[in-house]
Write a protein that binds this ligand. Structure first.
Ligand code: TPP
Ligand code: MG
Length: 494
């Protein structure tokens, strides 16, 4: 079993002057961990794993309450949940901070290593000092975020397997990075423009894409609005204010500056958000986009998902700087680094970025630190290059370490502490999503292929002579070999 119990669960520093209390804490934690380990070792599925994790969280919470009341009665200021000393993300390591601070290059003197903003720790407990920046999140919105992350997760599992079975040609997952897309899109307005890279399924689902719509696109059937002419996952929707995914890395970024500029000149208060990976950030287009957006005060949110890898390239072969954030500062825009596996921090940072973009009329950069759990795509074998060592002792490998810190687990624990979430709720959402995903795959595969004539539509009002010649040639070809193209039987439409 790959999933491991987080060995570093809970950050309860020994409280000053109270060794017996800290010894009791340590003992309680040891017991909780061993209970959970026992449950996990006999676990055969997600429900058991979740139950085990939650058992420990409950123990941690009980202990936390005991510490709190002891501190209160003795009048001692006891740090309850300390900040994790340093982040261990592949792409940049620095201190964590609960302060929602965008660094202004024109005002602040910036530290050599930017801190990483987080509100909840690795076990989903609010970090000390997080109250001020905690976004006011209603239960309904929190539930919607959780459901969306889970639905992304389940949908992606089914379609990843479908690719392995040869049912679709290509797929990639956002496993482990769900909070980047969901936390940021939930902080924006439905009319703000989105210019995705390709790992932002959460943004599509949040904006109302159904499983069936995505399945139609993946299966390239006649219900796909792009008539199967795009690579799988390269979708978009004008009504939902999402521009099409483009394969040419980085091109979304200058477009985002342009879209935001047009919103500004039209007097609209819409903003544009563009997502890009740390690998994509090496494209010249990204630097051009950052500069032009800063110079022209375009209300653009540049959202960099730093997940440690660009296909097989580890970040240490991508840059030697402190991650990607310094580039925002260099081009003159307010910049923040955020724990991308903390949905609450991502949401708070994006909300603030939107405020800055609209009220100060300038772009912002958010560098969200995360980890790519899956392979780059189904065309990739990550066993060839993934770092074997975990960033902390006690873990099988790097991937296992990060899987245990997945945004779904962390946010789930945070919700559970509020009484908003439990194992049964999670299982119900997962089960329903799996059912829906399988049904959407089957329905999409049973739907007819696009008509052959759609190869020539939607770009030119009148076909140029070059395409007209290709049209005639295809028509003749299909007529000569009708049996070879039975799924293009509609050649008569040409
Ligand atoms: C201009 C361009 N160069 C190279 C590629 C091939 N390519 C596709 S994805 C990718 C890696 C991108 O990594 P990153 O931006 O970190 O995003 P991630 O896949 O990690 O989410 C590369 C090199 C491309 N699609 N476009
Ligand atoms: Mg990457």
């Amino acid at each position: 079993m790959e999933r491991q119990f987080p060995s570093s669960i809970g950050y309860f520093p020994p409280s000053k002057g109270s060794s017996s209390r800290s010894m009791r804490s340590a003992r309680l934690l040891r017991v909780a961990r061993s209970e959970a380990r026992r449950a996990l070792s006999s676990s055969s599925g997600l429900a058991e794993e979740n139950a085990a994790l939650r058992m420990t969280v409950a123990a941690l919470q009980r202990e936390r309450e005991t510490l709190l009341s002891a501190a209160k009665s003795s009048g001692v200021q006891t740090p309850i949940v300390s900040l994790n000393e340093k982040s261990k993300f592949v792409g940049a390591q620095g201190e964590f901070s609960p302060e929602l601070k965008f660094w202004y290059p024109d005002i602040d003197s910036t530290p050599p290593v930017l801190p990483c903003f987080r509100l909840i720790d690795d076990v989903g407990l609010p970090v000390q000092g997080s109250d001020a920046a905690m976004p006011p999140l209603e239960q309904e919105v929190a539930l919607a975020c959780m459901r969306t992350m889970l639905r992304v997760n389940e949908f992606e599992k089914i379609f990843h397997d479908a690719q392995r079975q040869g049912r679709i040609p290509f797929f990639l997952t956002s496993r482990g990075e769900e909070a980047c897309a969901v936390g940021s899109i939930a902080a924006l307005r439905p009319t703000d423009w989105v210019l995705p890279q390709y790992r932002e399924m959460g943004a599509f689902f949040w904006r109302g894409f159904s499983f069936q719509e995505v399945a139609n696109q993946l299966c390239a059937n006649e219900k796909d609005p792009a008539h199967g002419r795009q690579l799988p996952l390269h979708m978009g929707s004008k009504e939902r204010h999402i521009l099409y995914v483009k394969s040419t890395l980085g091109t979304q970024c200058p477009h985002a500056a342009g879209v935001a500029y047009s919103m500004k000149t039209a007097g609209s208060d819409q903003v544009a958000i563009t997502y890009f990976g740390e690998g994509c950030a090496s494209e010249g287009d990204v630097s051009s986009a950052l500069n032009i957006a800063a110079v022209h005060g375009c209300p653009t949110i540049f959202f960099c998902r730093n997940n440690g890898y660009a296909i097989s390239t580890n970040t240490r072969d991508q840059y030697v700087s402190d991650g990607v954030a310094p580039r925002g500062l260099a081009f003159g825009m307010p910049t923040i680094r955020v724990d991308g596996n903390d949905l609450l921090a991502v949401m708070a940072a994006t909300k603030r970025a939107r405020e800055i973009a609209t009220t100060e009329g300038r772009p912002c950069l958010i560098e969200a630190m995360t980890y790519r759990i899956g392979a780059h795509s189904t065309s990739d074998d990550d066993s060839k290059y993934r770092t074997a060592e975990a960033p902390e002792a006690g873990w099988d490998n790097e991937r296992a370490y990060w899987e245990a810190r997945s945004p779904i687990i962390r946010f789930g624990r945070w919700m559970q502490a509020l009484g908003w979430w439990d194992v049964a709720a999670e299982e119900a959402v997962r089960k329903q999503a799996r059912k829906e995903a399988i049904a959407s795959l089957n329905a999409a595969q049973e739907t007819a292929r696009p008509k052959a004539f759609t190869l020539f539509t939607d770009v030119y009002d009148e076909l140029p002579w070059t395409l007209a010649a290709q049209h005639d040639s295809l028509k003749a070809h299909l007529k000569s070999y009708p049996k070879a193209y039975d799924n293009l039987a509609a050649s008569a439409d040409l």
